[in-house]
Design a protein around this ligand. Sequence first.
Ligand SMILES: [Zn+2]
Length: 342
Amino acid sequence: MRAIQIIEHGNPGRLELRNLPDPAPGPDEVVVRVRGCGLNRLDLWHEQGDLPIPLPTPRTPGGEVAGEVESVGSGVGGWKPGDRVAIQSNLFCGECEFCQQGEESICVNGRILGVQVDGGFAEKVLVPVLSLVRLPAEVDFIASAALTLAGSTAMHMLTSRTTVKPGDWVLVMGGNSGVGSAAIQIAKGLGARVISTGSTEEKRKFAAELGADHVVDHAAKYWARDVRQLTGRRGVDVVVEHIGGEVILQALQCLARNGTVVTCGATAGKQVPIDLWPLFVKQQRIVGSYGRNRAAMDRTLKWAAEGRLRAVVDRVMPLGQTREAFDLLRARKVAGKIVIAP
Ligand SMILES: [Zn+2]
């Protein structure tokens, strides 16, 4: 089979289209014929060698896979060739104390598909049967490959790690990002009033088109004050944060009493000085969120099937153009997802 592999880390790294032996499933594994694999910023960090885990090469990247079951291992029941599937990219053991509680995103034996094992920028991918999720008939492979990673991350943040009630104010940072664009739609679907942010006019327009009631410029000096004014100085109930650095400190200033900042990333800085006084006096929470559980994965695909959550696809490219796809994402010349269709 053909696969894109990272041969050498760098910015850009060396990616090669290679011919590899077809994978064969072990007892609890399946081989999936890849029909679509979404490109994520995680793939760029992986290419650059910029992740805090060992990154052996060569490695096939790509975690956001949709496709059809091609073959199943001897111990696999309930799945047969031709079944349409999405893959939960945070591979989990199903046995540790957290998996037993349905908290697969914090599995102590967790591995990331396309980083710690070969992923989906290939014609076929080998995965544990536990990672398969049935793809609803209404969701096509490309939409699934554009939604299941960032979309389910946002779903996990808003429905597992915190709750949103109708009428709540939700602030979504970076509304044009994968997580942000899904979070706007999910928060609106939950009945919230949504404020989003974008650093350019084009990005702010995009966030408004996705349903944000108000959009502010988080590159402006006093944007947090603008958010407080929009809420009648009350502040927001929930902040969906993934930028980190100075931005999360400003996001905290937007938070109402009893409010929650839920964070899944720190692109702009991992270490920030937090003022604890308003945090405890106003009974606020900062909640971490990582990946997704099966519940959030299922909910994401259900919402997509019902038309409540739409994938924003910039373009679909063939496997042979994966190098160009990485370059486009690095240059930020995309609006929505790039999906590779091997
Ligand atoms: Zn586990």
